[in-house]
Design a protein around this ligand. Structure first.
Ligand code: SF4
Length: 336
């Protein structure tokens, strides 16, 4: 379901824009409709008040909690059930953040990711994306939303843009606290600068070597790392937010001196933050996680060479933290 369909339904019930915003704000910000200076019964037309219980139940049914898996780091991985019974993952992050999914499965097929294994199963509608935020807010505060869960947001760009515009206005989230994460797709650099709500941008780089990057991200658009960084830099300068480069650090694959030199070459002088994220090993895949000490040493080395680098945990790594791993496990259990 898309947000525009909800709006159309409200309009068909006689809602004006102010009524529609009141109802949608109540849903996404978990505000009781009977609170405030003018409670709903004095504000909304009778036709809408009559339809509200059914509509709210339907909106809440777009994303229901199947199970929560708290980690030691203050995060919690959520297995979220959609209205058709399919499941996606969201992650409650420390400091009021939430990571949401934008697709069921993913067509990019990164070789180190469980989500990409079965390809794309279906797109999520914009309402299903924001419903993950409404669900998380029923559990605790959310002031930052990152589109880094299952799926490649650029492959579902209309729905993701609609969700971002909604969250940055009616959803009450600061624009730079909305983070569009992508492997890099020309559509992103055409569409994002035209948005009213301009999100921050995270680019998954993973390698500075074009041939290795093509191997690791087999169906990502063929944009060379240097060109991707140039496109990112233009967006960073236009918005005033640095680009966050994501680098899943895999032992013996992209942690070499050549790669670190490559990062320095690409990012020197750029408005950028390099996030080194040690890979979470999963039994199904052959890749290995480097030690934290080794990752920290690489981070310090990059820092000394002038690249602003942060070493990051993948949230909830003690609880099936690889993207798509929780869903994969739940499907395995169901099939038993
Ligand atoms: Fe898709 Fe992201 Fe997984 Fe790559 S890492 S396959 S882009 S979900």
């Amino acid at each position: 379901m898309r947000i525009e369909q909800i709006s159309r339904r409200l309009h068909d019930l006689g809602a004006k824009t102010c009524h529609e915003q009141r109802v949608l704000r109540g849903w996404i910000q978990r505000r009781p409709l009977d609170a405030g200076r003018r409670p709903a019964e004095h504000f909304l037309p009778q036709s809408i008040r009559n339809a509200l219980p059914e509509l709210m139940a339907e909106l809440d049914g777009l994303a229901r909690l199947n199970s929560a898996h708290p980690g030691d780091d203050g995060s919690s991985r959520l297995l979220v059930e959609l209205a058709d019974g399919q499941t996606v993952e969201s992650v409650l992050l420390p400091r009021d953040g939430l990571c949401v999914s934008s697709q069921l499965g993913c067509a990019v097929g990164c070789v180190f990711c469980m989500t990409g294994k079965d390809g794309l199963l279906r797109q999520l509608g914009s309402a299903e994306i924001v419903a993950q935020v409404a669900l998380a807010r029923s559990m605790r505060r959310v002031t930052k939303v990152v589109f880094m869960g299952m799926g490649e947001p650029a492959h579902n760009i209309d729905n993701v843009i609609e969700a971002i515009e909604f969250l940055g206005t009616i959803g009450g989230i600061g624009h730079k606290n909305l983070v569009f994460s992508t492997v890099g797709d020309p559509r992103v650099f055409e569409r994002l600068p035209q948005m009213t709500v301009k999100p921050a941008l995270a680019l998954s780089l993973h390698s500075s070597l074009p041939a290795l990057r093509e191997k690791l991200l087999p169906r990502a658009p063929r944009i060379a790392p240097a060109e991707l960084v140039e496109l990112g830099e233009r967006y960073a300068r236009a918005t005033g937010y640095p680009i966050q480069y994501q680098w899943t650090l895999i032992e013996g694959v992209n942690d070499s001196e050549e790669e670190m030199e490559g990062i320095v070459r690409l990012l020197t002088g750029k408005y950028a933050i390099m996030n080194l994220i040690p890979y979470n090993a999963v039994p199904e895949l052959e890749f290995r996680r480097p030690s934290w000490e080794r990752a920290a040493e690489l981070g310090r080395w990059l820092h000394r060479r002038g690249v602003l680098t942060k070493l990051r945990h993948s949230a909830g790594q003690d609880v099936d933290a690889g993207c798509g791993q929780l869903r994969a496990r739940s499907i395995r259990i169901e099939r038993r």
